[in-house]
Ligand binder design. Structure first.
Ligand code: TRP
Length: 482
C-alpha cells in the first residue's frame, strides 16, 4: 500500500483510511456486470473460435487435443485472466499506467511494453484475416458460392488474398469499422456493440448447429470432438493446445487488464473470468460441431489446415439445402467475432495513447488506424506467396506468419508468465484477496486460495514450457534453413 501512496500525487486517486478510491468523473467504464461480461466475451470470441479452433483441433486429432486444451484453460487461462482483471480493476488505468502504479521496480513496466508490441503484431495480421472474412460476406451476398467445387473454392480463396488492391480495401474496411466503434468510447462504443452483437452471434451459431444436427455426419463430428484417443497425444500437440488457450482468451498482452480497468468495483472478477472461459469454449465447440458435421457428411478430411474456413467450409456448406444462405450466416457471425475481438486489441493502445500521452480519444483512434494500416498492409500483401512481398522472408517466414509467430509464440507466453509472476510473487496476497472478494463482500476465500496456489506454482511452470518450446521451434527453424 505504501508503494501506492507514494504515487498519489501523480495519479487521480485519493486515499481514505487506506482504501483507494477513484475520482468518479473523467474515466469511462462498463456500466454493469453483464456489460463487463459481454465486452470480455466479445474480446475472447473471435477468429480464434471460428478460424483457428476448428483447423487446429482438426489437425491435431480432435478429442485428446481438446482435453489438453481444457486443462490449459483451467490451469493457465483462468489464473492469468483473473490476474489481468486484478491489475486492471485495482488501478483503473491503462496497461502502462497500471504497472507504473503497482510495480515497485521499473522492470515490471516491460509487461506494458510487451503488451503493446503484441497488440500491434496481432492486429497487423488479424486485420488481414478479418478483411478476408468481410469479403466472404460480400461474396456470399453476391452469390459467388453457388455450386462450389474444390477447385473453385481454392480459386476463390486465392483471388481473395491476392493483392494488391482488394485485400487492402477489405482491410481498410475492417479497420474503419473497428475505429468507429472505438471512437464512440467505452460505454457507447465497446459496451453497446458487444451487448448487441454477442447474443446475435450466439443465435447465428445455433442456426448453423440446428442445421448440422440434420446432417448424416453429425455423429462422426461428436465422436471426433469427444471420443478421446490418447495415442494422438504428443509433446507438440500439448504445446499447440497451450498456445491456443492464450490466443483464445486474449491473454498475455494487457487486453484483459484494460477491460478489467473498466469493471465496476461491484463486479465479481473470478465469476466473470469463469463465465467467459466457459462461454468461449462453448462457442468454439458449437462452431466445431457445425463445421465438422458438414465436413464429415461429405467425407472430407477434418485436417485441411488454415484453409478450412475459407475453402472447405464454403465447399461443403454450398452443397446443403439453403447452403448459400447458411454460408452468409456463417460468415456474418465470423465477421462479428473478428470485429469485437479486434476492437479489444486496439483498446489496449488507445487507452495508453489517451491516458498516458494525453491525446484525445479521437486522435488516438486515428493514430492507431494509421499505424495498423501503414504496417498491416505489408502483412496482407505478404500473404500472397507469388507476390514480391510474399517472397520476402525473415527467418524463412513471410511477414504475415512472422507477425503471428512473434506475437502468439513469443510475446503472449512471455507476457503471461510475467503477469503470473508479478501478481503471484510481487503483490501481497492480502491485497489480492481484498480486491477479488470486493473488500470481503464476496465469500470466495477457498477459491481465492486455490487460485493463488495455482498462480504461483502451476501456471508459471506450464507457461515456461510453452515459452521454451516456442524458442526451440525458432532455433530449429533457424538451423533448418541456415
Ligand atoms: N481471442 C481472440 C480470438 O479468439 C483474439 C484476441 C483478441 C486476442 N484479443 C487478444 C489474442 C489478445 C491474443 C491477445 O480470436
Amino acid at each position: 500500500m505504501h508503494q501506492l501512496n507514494k504515487n498519489i500525487f501523480i495519479t487521480d486517486f485519493k486515499v481514505f483510511g487506506g482504501v483507494i478510491m477513484e475520482h468518479k468523473k473523467g474515466r469511462e467504464g462498463f456500466s454493469s456486470g453483464i456489460a463487463a461480461f459481454f465486452a470480455t466475451l466479445g474480446s475472447a470470441v473471435g477468429l480464434g473460435n471460428i478460424w483457428k479452433f476448428p483447423y487446429v483441433v482438426g489437425e491435431n486429432g480432435g478429442a485428446a487435443f481438446l482435453l489438453i486444451y481444457f486443462i490449459c484453460i483451467i490451469f493457465i487461462g483462468l489464473p492469468v485472466m483473473i490476474s489481468e482483471f486484478y491489475i486492471g480493476r485495482k488501478t483503473r488505468k491503462n496497461v502502462m499506467g497500471a504497472l507504473e502504479l503497482l510495480a515497485p521496480k521499473r522492470k515490471w513496466k516491460s509487461i506494458g511494453i510487451i503488451s503493446m508490441l503484441a497488440s500491434y503484431f496481432i492486429v497487423f495480421f488479424y486485420s488481414s484475416v478479418g478483411g478476408w472474412v468481410y469479403s466472404y460476406v460480400f461474396k456470399a451476398i453476391k452469390g459467388d458460392f453457388y455450386e462450389v467445387t474444390s477447385k473453385s473454392a481454392q480459386d476463390e480463396f486465392v483471388r481473395t488474398i491476392i493483392g494488391p488492391i482488394p485485400p487492402i480495401i477489405w482491410q481498410v474496411v475492417v479497420v474503419t469499422v473497428v475505429s468507429l466503434i472505438l471512437a464512440l468510447g467505452v460505454k457507447n462504443g465497446i459496451e453497446r456493440i458487444t451487448k448487441t452483437l454477442m447474443p446475435i452471434l450466439f443465435i447465428l451459431i445455433l442456426i448453423c448447429d440446428i442445421k448440422a444436427l440434420t446432417l448424416p455426419g453429425v455423429g462422426d463430428s461428436f465422436k471426433f470432438l469427444f471420443k478421446v484417443d490418447f495415442s494422438m497425444l504428443s509433446g507438440s500437440v500439448i504445446l499447440m493446445a497451450m498456445g491456443l488457450a492464450f490466443f483464445k482468451l486474449s491473454l498475455g498482452m494487457g487486453c484483459m487488464m484494460t477491460y478489467g480497468s473498466y469493471f465496476t468495483k461491484k463486479d465479481n472478477m473470478m465469476g466473470t473470468a469463469a463465465k467467459v472461459a466457459v462461454s468461449d469454449t462453448i462457442v468454439s465447440l458449437l462452431v466445431g460441431i457445425a463445421v465438422f458435421s458438414a465436413v464429415f457428411s461429405f467425407e472430407m478430411k477434418p485436417s485441411s489446415g488454415p484453409g478450412l474456413l475459407f475453402m472447405t467450409v464454403p465447399m461443403v456448406f454450398s452443397k446443403l439445402p439453403f447452403g448459400t444462405l447458411l454460408l452468409l450466416v456463417f460468415f456474418i457471425l465470423a465477421s462479428i467475432a473478428a470485429t469485437t475481438a479486434m476492437t479489444s486489441m486496439c483498446e489496449v493502445v488507445i487507452a495508453y495513447y489517451s491516458e498516458q500521452r494525453g491525446m484525445s480519444r479521437r486522435k488516438a483512434v486515428l493514430l492507431n488506424a494509421v499505424i495498423i494500416l501503414g504496417i498491416g498492409v505489408f502483412a496482407t500483401l505478404s500473404a500472397d506467396a507469388s507476390s514480391l512481398l510474399g517472397k520476402f522472408t525473415i527467418f524463412h517466414m513471410r511477414l504475415f506468419d512472422l507477425f503471428d509467430f512473434i506475437s502468439s509464440n513469443i510475446l503472449l507466453p512471455l507476457g503471461g508468465i510475467l503477469i503470473a509472476i508479478f501478481v503471484g510473487y510481487v503483490i501481497p496476497k492480502e491485497d489480492i484477496k481484498k480486491e477479488l472478494s470486493n473488500e470481503g463482500k464476496l465469500k470466495l476465500d477457498k477459491l481465492i486460495d486455490a487460485y493463488y496456489v495455482i498462480l504461483r506454482y502451476v501456471t508459471p511452470v506450464l507457461v515456461f514450457v510453452v515459452f521454451l518450446s516456442s524458442l526451440g521451434v525458432m532455433e530449429k527453424l533457424i538451423k533448418l534453413f541456415s
